[in-house]
Design a protein around this ligand. Structure first.
Ligand SMILES: NC(=O)C1=CN([C@@H]2O[C@H](COP(=O)(O)OP(=O)(O)OC[C@H]3O[C@@H](n4cnc5c(N)ncnc54)[C@H](OP(=O)(O)O)[C@@H]3O)[C@@H](O)[C@H]2O)C=CC1
Ligand SMILES: N[C@@H](CC=O)C(=O)O
Ligand code: NA
Length: 430
């Protein structure tokens, strides 16, 4: 029996969904007992060239044609952003349709509203593609691992920035040029500043942390630093220090309080996350019963993302008579305070420029010493007449002490600029 599906959006991900559903037509039928058909496709511009061939009468730019079609019981949303995606999804739910979405912006910001509406309407909303593209993360966290108290999430969850940093490291390529490549490959968001400024990763951490720590985390709870300030010089210094730079999303729970960060981080080359390159993503999870787990795979791109969307579609088709929600909202969850000050002490990388005169380094070292910050490694290079660039890797230091030392250095007459500050990840064997 046919099961008609409405697709909202037919760009990188939507095109991939159509292609993969065509490829797996027989399997979808035998697995679910339904014959799923993409019946209608909503786009902005019906005349635009598409990556997949579509019958003319499938395409529309009128949302009512899709949402108002009572024979369509499943909606797949691949438009992105908050509006009009939110309104379309809420309308679909109100009309009793199941929803699958790849939209992390929307789930991170309005997940509660959407999943409560779905719960009330008795329909299913799934969003495996929203975090980590092809990597199964949402379902393992909310099903296979729910018996655990999860204490740590740490990973690379943005393909665009990982592609940019990998290419800058491997080929010395220029930031703008590599960003353009990531856009051409379909990895970047429609506004790539979401990727570059760390917001996309923060949205994904919001979703992951809410599920993993069994609470409700807001996007504003996440401290975010993007990769704009990372230059070829930092990448070269990282190399000299036996490390690479990655944009890490980190969430921890200690004694019932959370810390949530997204920031560029120096990672030793011996660390497993150092080898996660290009559009690949990886997530390390620590549970009290399961111990340490590592998830790895393609985090962006048409077919990797479609893999997760179509996987969700199969789940919806299989369970259409037994709605089961995405697990993000339906039950009240304990409130857990976010306390970034509880972050454990960590080693830090600092690159600064200072006057190249006798005694200056001793003064800088003195400021660090006054705040209890001790140095593990120091690199110093003369970059121009009277100007030296100094890279300091500290021993483990609490953020409060480092902030105080840096504040004093910012005002120091011999320090011209503090270019870059990043935490340093310890080697797993350390
Ligand atoms: N690209 C990736 O690797 C991944 C993307 N995602 C998420 O998937 C979603 C889609 O991303 P992606 O496919 O890359 O985006 P694209 O920009 O490639 O595609 C967006 C599609 O939505 C359509 N659209 C945009 N605005 C409207 C509107 N107002 N009304 C109707 N249709 C509209 C566009 O129509 P038209 O074609 O006519 O312009 C286009 O077909 C986003 O939420 C993104 O975050 C998740 C994981 C990975
Ligand atoms: N822009 C995102 C796409 C997938 O979520 C990324 O680069 O990871
Ligand atoms: Na996923």
């Amino acid at each position: 029996m046919e099961q008609r599906i409405g697709l909202l959006g037919c760009g990188t991900v939507g095109g991939g969904v159509i292609e993969l559903m065509r490829r797996r037509k027989q399997r979808l039928q035998s697995l679910t007992g339904w014959e799923p058909i993409i019946a209608r496709v909503l786009v902005r511009d019906v005349h635009k060239e598409r990556s997949v061939s579509l019958a003319e009468d499938m395409l529309t730019n009128d949302p009512d044609v899709v949402l108002g079609d009572a024979s369509i019981r499943i909606i797949i949303e691949t438009i992105g952003g908050i509006e009009p995606a939110r309104t379309f999804i809420l309308e679909a739910i109100a009309r009793g349709k199941h929803v699958i979405t790849a939209n992390k912006d929307l789930i991170a910001l309005c997940g509660e509203e959407i999943l409560e509406a779905a719960d009330a309407a008795g329909v299913t909303v799934l969003y495996e593609a929203a975090v980590g593209g092809a990597i199964p993360l949402i379902r393992p966290l909310q099903e296979s691992l729910t018996a655990n108290a999860i204490s740590d999430l740490k990973g690379i969850v943005n393909g665009t920035t990982n592609y940019i940093l990998s290419k800058m490291t491997e080929t010395g390529a220029d930031f703008d040029e590599v960003l353009k490549e990531a856009q051409d490959l379909g990895y970047a968001e429609s506004d790539p500043s979401s990727d570059v400024d760390g917001l996309d990763a923060a949205r994904k951490l919001t979703i992951l942390a809410s599920i993993a720590f069994y609470t409700r985390v807001s996007l504003s709870d996440v401290e975010v630093t993007g990769i704009r300030k990372i230059t070829a010089r930092d990448i070269a210094y990282a190399h000299e220090l036996g490390s690479v730079i990655k944009l890490l999303a980190v969430g921890t729970e200690r004694d019932g309080a959370l810390t949530l960060h997204v920031r560029p981080t120096l990672i030793p080359k011996s660390h497993p996350l150092a080898h996660v390159s290009g559009s690949y993503n990886a997530l390390f999870v620590r549970g009290d019963a399961a111990g340490d787990l590592m998830f790895f795979g393609r985090g962006a791109g048409a077919l990797p993302t479609a893999s997760a969307v179509v996987g969700d579609a199969i789940e919806v088709l299989k369970t259409m008579r037994q709605p089961q929600n995405g697990g993000y909202a339906p039950h009240p969850r304990p409130h857990k305070p976010v306390d970034q000050e509880r972050a454990e002490s960590a080693s830090h990388y600092i690159r600064l420029s200072a006057n190249d005169q006798p005694g200056v380094f001793a003064k800088i070292a003195g400021v660090f010493g006054d705040h209890g910050v001790s140095m593990e490694t120091v690199l110093q290079k003369r970059v121009a007449a009277h100007s030296a660039e100094i890279v300091i890797v500290t021993h483990d230091v609490h953020a409060r002490h480092l902030r105080a030392a840096l504040k004093q250095l910012e005002a120091h007459p011999d320090v011209t600029t503090i270019h870059c500050i990043m935490p340093v990840e310890r080697s797993v064997n350390a």
